[in-house]
Design a protein around this ligand. Structure first.
Ligand code: GDG
Length: 503
């Protein structure tokens, strides 16, 4: 039966979206097209929570999604309706195709690594970043240019659509779009403009890394939105502090979560993102997942415990220190030798960015060292599996005794929410205080400071030896907390704010 809260949320969605078209814009689209060998064009749906949530919104009204083309087939397909769910809802998808040089500067120089590294506090400031002529060129002809393409495409949509649109812009690739939209559209044409930042927002000290012209453009760009969503309250406060420090002419009201800039009010809110619990449960029932699970059960064996981590191959996920902590634990507590396996499922990511290329080699070497130092002919302490398979990830999550999430910094970390929802072994969550998920899940996890390898080793031991009752209680509590706020709650809160602010 539907709860009162669910009914209210349904009515916000249906009332609002029946009258108001929704435009989503993000760097990546919800699907990718491919040309098959037989000459047909096929598309594959993305697995992210955002895609699933938006496809469920599509049933209420007119939903449009604008993203950059990633394959030649994307570019050839260009735009049109795609079916996204069993209930036959459709989504209008438009691909943009920036010049390769512009895309390169926007994506591989400015967004990743410059902004990503800055926002995850990962620059080695005595050496990097080096902002040189090429960076400025990438900024002007790449980042600004691609943001302009998005703003123009959204403007075209807004002008042709019936009804007062809601625009939801996603993430650090699109910081300049809100202000551009204000400039391109007359006041009465303007939609409600929302932007959500999926990654952490550090304090003003960190933004000093960027030259004033770049950081002011970013802040002024965002100040063009009506609502800015962040993963945590801390991120939102950091944003306000950053504006107060680095944006001349900005007036900040902390108690109201409001920024005034150029005669316009922007409201700063936290909307912790979550997972689609219903879709996740359906995924666990897929044959592919069942088969993978059987394979993993064989790999773990009857008497061993499993430590699991699942991440993109990404320095901010702190994978190296995770291996170091495991090695340290085996040294400190030799009773675990032969009785525990560490499985790392690593998804290749951003290999075009120089900083990511060597990271995998370093990881493999670190895992190899542990296997050489501690392994025997019967026991392989660490198994690294590199590749992309969502069913495999979900199957492994069902079987862990310990889930290690030790990111240096992480906007939220969805794995920390998926794990407890599907796990069948009352597994323990070890969670870094640098994740956004820490705010909601910290009380029911073993919390670690991400650079502290010694404390992480101790936490691994504590998790492996935790009495059943305690594990069980934490696992139950984690599920309760995660269930309270799923992905639709994330969307509903934003729609509710649009209604409350009469945007
Ligand atoms: C960014 C922010 C924030 C895992 N293996 C595969 C696969 N996965 C899925 C996981 C999970 C997702 O990928 C990863 O999400 P995370 O949140 O853990 O991490 P980021 O990719 O860094 O996401 C993050 C998030 O945005 C949302 O706002 O939480 O902080 O950094 O759902 O289960 N997916 C596929 N193949 C795999 O092998 N397709």
């Amino acid at each position: 039966m539907q709860s009162v809260k669910d009914k209210q949320a349904d009515s916000i969605r249906s009332d609002f979206l029946a009258k108001r078209p929704l435009i989503i814009a993000s760097n990546r689209g919800p699907v990718t097209f491919e040309n098959t060998e037989t000459g047909e064009v096929r598309f594959e749906r993305g697995t992210g929570g955002l895609v699933t949530a938006v496809s469920s919104l599509a049933q209420f009204g007119d939903t449009r999604w604008i993203a950059c083309a990633r394959t030649e087939a994307d570019a050839a397909w260009h735009e049109g309706h795609i079916p996204l769910s069993e209930n036959q809802s459709e989504l209008w998808l438009e691909f943009l195709f920036p010049e390769p040089h512009a895309y390169e500067g926007y994506y591989n120089t400015i967004a990743n690594p410059l902004l990503w590294f800055l926002q995850h506090s990962m620059w080695d400031i005595s050496r990097t970043p080096i902002i040189n002529r090429a960076t400025w060129e990438a900024w002007e002809n790449g980042y600004v240019e691609v943001n302009r393409l998005f703003a123009e495409a959204i403007t075209r949509q807004v002008k042709t659509l019936q009804g007062h649109a809601i625009v939801m812009l996603q993430d650090y690739h699109l910081y300049l779009v809100p202000r551009m939209l204000r400039q391109l559209l007359r006041p009465r044409e303007r939609p409600a403009i929302l932007h959500f930042t999926h990654i952490p927002w550090p304090g003003p000290e960190y933004w000093r890394i960027l030259p004033p012209a770049m950081r002011q453009s970013i802040l002024a760009g965002l100040a063009g939105a009506d609502i800015l969503g962040f993963q945590t309250r801390g991120d939102g406060l950091n944003f306000l502090r950053t504006c107060q420090t680095h944006l001349p002419g900005a007036h900040v009201k902390y108690d109201l979560g409001r920024l005034w800039y150029h005669n316009h009010a922007t409201y700063i809110r936290d909307y912790p993102i979550s997972i689609d619990i219903h879709a996740l449960q359906e995924t666990t029932e897929l044959t592919e997942v069942t088969n993978e699970r059987a394979r993993f059960q064989k790999f773990i064996g009857d008497d061993s415990q499993l430590i699991l981590r699942i991440d993109r191959i990404e320095p901010s996920k702190n994978i190296l220190r995770g291996f170091q902590a495991f090695g340290e634990m085996l040294e400190l507590y030799p009773e675990h030798q032969g009785n525990v396996k560490f499985l790392a499922l690593l998804v290749p990511s951003r290999l075009d960015v120089e900083e990511y290329q060597n990271y995998l080699d370093e990881l493999m070497a670190a895992a190899g060292r542990i296997n050489v130092n501690f392994g025997t002919s019967e026991w392989e302490p660490v198994r690294v599996m590199v590749g992309e398979s969502y069913p495999r990830a979900i199957a492994a999550l069902q079987l862990y005794d310990v889930l290690l999430v030790n990111s240096i910094a992480d906007g939220m970390n969805l794995v920390a929410k998926e794990g407890p929802m599907v796990n069948q072994r009352n597994g323990v969550l070890i969670l870094s205080e640098g994740t956004g998920a820490y705010e909601q899940l910290g009380e029911e996890a073993l919390v670690i400071s991400p650079c502290d390898v010694y404390a992480t080793a101790q936490a691994l031991h504590q998790a492996l030896t935790m009495p059943f009752e305690e594990r069980h209680n934490h696992a139950m509590q984690l599920r309760t907390v995660i269930e309270q706020d799923d992905i639709l709650a994330w969307l509903d809160k934003q729609l509710l704010a649009v209604a409350e602010l009469k945007l």
